[in-house]
Design a protein around this ligand. Structure first.
Ligand code: 9MR
Length: 453
């Protein structure tokens, strides 16, 4: 038999490649085997927390809140407007529920928040108070709430959001009525009501070194010098995709160097919707860098996300067109961001690691003459491997295989299927296998697309 493989008709040689990879993703790690974030955090001396909504603490939401986190912050339940909606009438139900849940799950609670300009009851904000009345209302509020949970709260966000972006004091009910003293007084009253609780000032846009964080820094330094009880600063960290401040760790460190603890108190990273894989990968990198900055500073003691699932986040309601800001999707599946957090704490990168390699098939016509041609298919692997293979394609112009070598080929109509011979099913990482065939053609001989299965 004439050896067609030698390609006697060199003048009519036609070559081409049609290749289509059959992707073989890296084997995903089983989620069930992942170490919970709270355990990863504990190994690094960090509490890992989430804001929660009390009414949701059952089912999957409750399972995740209880197993993954070692710290809970009531998202709204401890705010003044929640606990004393009308003067003298208290509603502690949701706050009590969250504290009880935390105790049952060996979790700490961050109390949030005692003195704020927002989410106050209307009786308070619409009332007309002398400075003395305002001071005693605040003192009573702090004494009542901190006293109620004495011994059960690890840390209180005593004062929330006292600064403007330029570092001046925010004009609020408290500042306008009591001047800057309201901050030292609130801290002092909180210490009196629960000497064991760590006392924080908490704000947003103070994650990097900037005018606002420097104002906070100067305030904490001055409070320390005056002997006012201040134990920590909370950096809320409501961030935007791709915009983790480059000075985050430096900023955490400068507060630590003042002799206070630091907590990342309300971390979320929002993106323009819809989410896609590139944005989710960026978000994972962003979460990882925030957690790494905290992990690098011993006095960064708590890292809390502001809701762990996209179905329980404030973001979409506040920033139209933005969302997907938390580590779990709305169906409670961990997102790449979850694994970004885990990795920064020394855990697994999880199943969202990008596929590390693939195998693909390349089709070539090595020689062609008036009625026939010789074809060749090379299967190559990089970062993946095969133990058997099947290359399939459809001829587009009536071509018909007459003979094959190094594979078993069958053809039915235009559909061709070639599977490995007994001796060449294995394609190692970095290796390749080639098989060939002779076929007839007439009119034209277009290159098919090969699928590898
Ligand atoms: O998560 C809280 C959301 O449910 C409320 O509607 C919102 C009202 O301002 O407050 C949210 O939490 C805030 C937190 O208490 C302080 N920092 C900013 C948070 C997001 O607004």
């Amino acid at each position: 038999m004439r050896s067609l493989r030698t390609g006697l008709s060199l003048g009519s040689l036609l070559t081409g490649i049609a290749a289509l990879g059959a992707l073989l993703a890296a084997t995903p790690a089983a989620h069930a085997a992942d170490t919970p974030l709270r355990d990863l955090g504990a190994a690094k001396g960090k509490a890992i927390g989430t804001a929660v909504t009390g009414s949701k603490l059952t089912g999957t939401y409750g399972d995740i809140a209880g197993t993954q986190f070692s710290s809970l912050t009531p998202g709204n339940a401890m705010k003044w407007g929640s606990v004393e909606p009308t003067q003298g009438n208290f509603n502690w139900a949701e706050a009590d529920q969250i504290v009880a849940f935390a105790q049952a799950h060996d979790q700490q609670v961050r109390g949030h928040t005692l003195v704020w300009h927002s989410q106050n009851p209307s009786w308070l904000t619409t009332g007309s108070w002398t400075p003395a009345q305002l001071g005693s209302l605040l003192q009573n509020h702090i004494g009542t709430e901190v006293g109620r949970y004495q011994g059960k709260i690890a840390a209180w966000d005593v004062v929330n959001e006292p600064f403007n972006e330029d570092g001046t004091y925010r004009s609020t009910l408290w500042y306008n009525g009591l001047g800057t003293d309201y901050i030292a007084d609130a801290l002092t009253w909180a210490r009196a009501a629960d000497p064991a609780a760590e006392l924080y000032i908490n704000d947003y846009n103070v994650e990097g070194v900037n005018a606002k964080s420097t104002a906070l820094y100067n305030l904490v330094k001055s409070l320390k010098q005056q002997g006012v009880p201040i134990d920590g600063v909370g950096l809320q960290a409501h961030l935007i995709l791709g915009q983790v401040p480059s000075t985050l760790q430096q900023n955490i460190q400068r507060f630590a160097d003042l002799g206070v603890d630091v907590a990342i108190t309300e971390l979320d990273i929002r993106m323009a919707l819809p989410a896609d894989s590139a944005k989710l990968a960026q978000q994972a990198a962003d979460y990882k860098s925030v957690v790494a900055a905290c992990a690098a500073v011993a006095r960064c003691v708590n890292l809390t996300v502001w809701g762990f699932t996209d179905s329980d986040s404030w973001v979409e309601g506040t920033f139209p067109g933005y969302g997907a800001a938390t580590p779990y999707d709305a169906n409670y599946a961990p997102k790449p961001a979850y694994y970004g957090i885990a990795e920064a704490l020394g855990g697994s990168g999880g199943p969202t690691d990008p596929p590390t390699g693939a195998c693909s098939a390349a089709y070539t016509v090595t020689s062609q003459w008036n009625t026939g041609f010789t074809g060749q298919v090379t299967i190559s692997c990089s970062g993946a491997s095969l133990s058997s293979w099947r290359a399939s394609w459809a001829f587009g112009a009536g071509q018909q295989i007459t003979q094959a070598w190094n594979a078993t080929c069958t053809q039915s109509g235009s559909a061709v299927s070639c599977s490995n011979a007994s001796y060449n099913g294995s394609v190692p990482d970095g290796g390749s296998v080639t098989f060939g065939f002779n076929a007839s053609w007439s009119g034209s001989n277009p290159l098919p697309t090969v699928t590898l299965t």
